[in-house]
Design a protein around this ligand. Structure first.
Ligand code: SIN
Ligand code: MN
Length: 240
């Protein structure tokens, strides 16, 4: 009964978290969540297996599948040179369309904010029709996984990052562009939530503090992985 009246139950309206950053809770329908999870299950079988990327000599606690490009710190390759050498899967067209829909909704949230001048969404790089992401990093978090505060800065193109969450809820920290410390905001990203960061927030530090095990809704359950959370981030590498 306590959880029924918890603050977060009332705090899931779309909103601007920081200039350039928009949270769209429950963006994906149940059907869309299950359908995307079925695609994630297909991607599991290759050509590149999910792998823990090494950062500064240590394996990350998430396992990643790249679509469009294979990511390593500071580089993007077409082949998973440090895994099995295979070419990664293509970036799917449906994901481009989905990314554009997220940007369209984020634009509507920004346009509806009465304290912001007209043209703000465009100045943040929210251009739904002109959005051409070419890489998606699909990260699986188990109950113990975390992601330290970092910037997404291996892309040459500053187009917004679109993030989608599936499975268990996480405690996400979204900070500032200067350093890993305050000011930041902690929010719970649940299955089906979208989050966009572009413009003045594009290089904000962010990270995942914890996974709230067993919180996935039925439609968002990652049965092929025995639970946990998947986050998909679409980016535009600006590479050829
Ligand atoms: C990331 O920073 O690339 C992932 C963020 C998240 O898992 O929500
Ligand atoms: Mn990131």
């Amino acid at each position: 009964m306590d959880s029924l009246f918890a603050d977060e139950a009332f705090d899931r309206r779309p909103r601007i978290v920081a200039p350039g950053a928009v949270w769209l809770p429950a963006f994906l329908s149940d059907r869309a969540q299950s359908w995307i999870i079925a695609r994630c299950a297909e991607w599991q079988s290759g050509p590149v297996p999910p792998h823990a990327t090494t950062i500064a000599g240590h394996p990350m606690s998430v396992r990643t599948i790249g679509l469009g490009w294979h990511w390593r710190p500071g580089r993007y390759d077409r082949r998973a040179v440090d895994v099995n050498g295979a070419a990664v899967l293509a970036f799917p067209d449906w994901m481009t369309r989905l990314g554009r829909q997220v940007l369209q909704s984020a634009t509507e949230v920004v346009d509806g904010a009465d304290d912001l001048p007209a043209g703000t969404a465009a100045s943040w790089g929210f251009d739904p029709t002109g959005y051409h992401p070419d890489v998606a990093l699909v990260n699986h978090y188990d109950a113990q996984s975390k992601m330290g505060m970092h910037q997404d800065k291996d892309e040459f193109d500053p187009a917004p990052v679109v993030s989608l969450s599936l499975g268990d809820t996480c405690l996400f920290r979204f900070g500032n562009t200067e350093h890993r410390n305050r000011p930041y905001e902690d929010l719970r990203l649940a299955s089906g939530d979208a989050f966009v960061f572009g413009g003045p927030a594009r290089f904000a530090f962010h990270g995942v503090r914890s996974i709230q095990s067993g919180t996935a809704p039925d439609a968002g359950r990652l049965s092929h992985l025995g639970g946990g959370r998947i986050n998909i981030t679409m980016r535009t590498t600006g590479r050829e």
